[in-house]
Design a protein around this ligand. Structure first.
Ligand code: NAD
Length: 256
């Protein structure tokens, strides 16, 4: 059980981040939810988790494209035994048409935020005498696809950052690992469907099976609960000697 531990999950008001937060709370951890918005419904998500699992849950607004805000998220949390870097955005375009502002935003949110939060969290983990850094990378942290230059570059960067964090904490009771999901049906993926339908001139179901899940041999989306379960495993004693590595939850994508 993770009772007494505090997990901070970036980008956790929807999708994988929210699913991981719920599994952390189910395992007994207190949780800090985050996104860049500050709506009643964001805070309500934290209240629901607290009521459902009997843990402390808070929502803290912080924009993960902003270095200072990333660091402030950790200091405002007051405690961070488990850091889950999950915030991420996507944009699909060929390199020669890729908007520079999208490139910069993807690198900032998907990669640099993990550097800033880890820098702020490591001293807290050291003083607590235990810590887990879990970066939600992607199958695109290990392989590439056309039209996703910024995302693929950022996710490969996350895997590299994870290895470096692991080496810098190797002799301490702290581990750093990356989870590499294949396709998980979340708002981020949902938003890619219309563009991909247009690009391939296909209907929704056809684009899902033939294009999106083309590289996922299981032909099934992974679920947010499965990703949460993987994150909980990385916090268990069984995983104490796993560090600096990647765990693929991708239906066989990276075996191809
Ligand atoms: P999502 O859009 O549902 O969630 C993204 C989260 O990040 C949201 O909570 C959003 O509010 C938050 N976010 C976006 N910009 C932010 C910012 N500037 N500051 C703070 N929070 C911000 O998408 P998702 O699919 O759940 O993606 C979560 C992570 O999983 C991402 O890093 C994504 O790259 C990764 N991933 C997703 C899939 C998939 O198939 N869905 C596959 C591999 C990896």
């Amino acid at each position: 059980t993770l009772s007494g531990k505090c997990a901070v999950i970036t980008g956790s008001n929807s999708g994988i981040g929210l699913g991981v937060a719920r599994e952390m709370a189910r395992a007994g951890a207190d949780v800090v939810l985050n996104s860049f918005t500050d709506r009643d419904e964001d805070h309500a998500l934290a209240a629901e988790i607290a009521a459902e699992f009997g843990v402390e849950a808070r929502y803290i607004q912080a924009d993960m494209s902003d270095a200072e805000a990333c660091r402030a998220l950790i200091t405002t949390s007051g405690r961070c035994d488990i850091l889950i870097n999950n915030a991420g955005i996507q944009h699909v375009a060929p390199v020669d048409e890729f908007p520079v502002d999208k490139w910069n935003a993807i690198l900032a949110i998907n990669l640099s935020s993990a550097f800033h939060t880890a820098a702020a969290a490591l001293p807290m983990m050291r003083s607590a005498g235990w810590g887990r850094v879990i970066n939600i990378a992607s199958a695109h942290g290990l392989t590439a696809s056309p039209y996703k230059s910024a995302y693929v570059a950022a996710k490969h960067g996350v895997v590299g950052l994870t290895k470096t964090l692991a080496l810098e904490t190797a002799e301490e009771p702290i581990t750093a690992n990356a989870i590499c999901p294949g396709y998980v049906l979340t708002p981020l993926v949902e938003a890619q469907i219309p563009d991909t339908m247009e690009k391939y001139n296909m209907g929704r179901e056809e684009v899902i099976k033939k294009v999106m899940l083309e590289r996922q041999p299981s032909r099934e989306f992974a679920t947010v609960e499965q990703l949460g379960g993987t994150a909980v495993f990385l916090c268990s004693d069984a995983a104490a000697q796993m560090t600096g590595t990647t765990l693929s939850v991708d239906g066989g994508w990276t075996a191809l």
